[in-house]
Design a protein around this ligand. Sequence first.
Ligand code: NAD
Length: 277
Amino acid sequence: MSTTQTSATTNTNGRLQGKVAIVTGAGCVGPGWGNGRAVAVLFAQAGATIFAVDKNADAMEETIRRVREVGGAISAHTCDVTDSASVAEMVAACEAQYGRVDILVNNVGGSAAGGPVALAEDKWDAQVDFNLKSVYLTCKHVLPVMEKQGKGAIVNTASTSGIRWTGSAQVAYAACKAGVIQLSRVVAVEYAKKGIRVNTVVPGQLHTPMVEVRLAGQRSGGDVDKLLESRVARIPLGFMGDGRDTANAALFLASDEAQFVTGTEIIVDGGMTARCD
Ligand SMILES: NC(=O)c1ccc[n+]([C@@H]2O[C@H](COP(=O)([O-])OP(=O)(O)OC[C@H]3O[C@@H](n4cnc5c(N)ncnc54)[C@H](O)[C@@H]3O)[C@@H](O)[C@H]2O)c1
């Protein structure tokens, strides 16, 4: 079954030339186009120097290879973004190496199944750390650097689960992703006069490696085709995007083309959240 369309060609054309971009979750749970990996490669193609961050050094190897294949510049830093001291140290390392942080893309996150009754309290807490506290922590440590520069762009990654029911109970994930959207809006207003823009990409149901590695086990007893079929059935455009579609939206939001865009979201979901049947 073919449910995924080949990615569109993007005119990257130096759109991020000379900028330094921290990308968290720059690896991926498997080979292929996860969101963070796609952001790292596309931003590098657009001229940014990538400071790739992931808690799993091995997961960044494919990202590093792909960035170098497109002639991009990248260095990798291992860091758990749910830990404040590690995040502080990571941001200091980027500043020490490059002297600045122009762009922050927060990409770490992922869902755990279950509504309030099914989801254990410790899983709830872990979801909040993973999906929401991680964003707060990187903003906490990057914003002072951007403030010194008088300029910066933050792009956070939410999910359509943060704005709609998307087919299964995942209460903590949904609540956290809604939190990411509102966190972005209020930080955007607070920091607007300081030249810092904050926006969110809201991806829908993508076909990223996470589907094979984690989601099919959670949702369809490991039957990947069955899961893909049920996901694509909700999408008006009739195919699933992947990390490169998220990256295209993030590239616009991170670039100076979006100089008048802050405190808002781009939904990348093939029309899924626009339908109500
Ligand atoms: N894949 C989708 O269909 C989809 C849809 C909507 C939203 N999203 C969102 O996109 C983002 C990325 O998802 P994905 O499926 O592309 O990613 P992924 O799960 O494939 O990869 C994320 C990377 O984050 C790293 N990571 C995990 N915990 C970390 C931590 N504490 N500190 C540092 N690194 C850590 C992992 O090692 C991995 O390399 C998430 O925020 C997710 O919620 C994904």
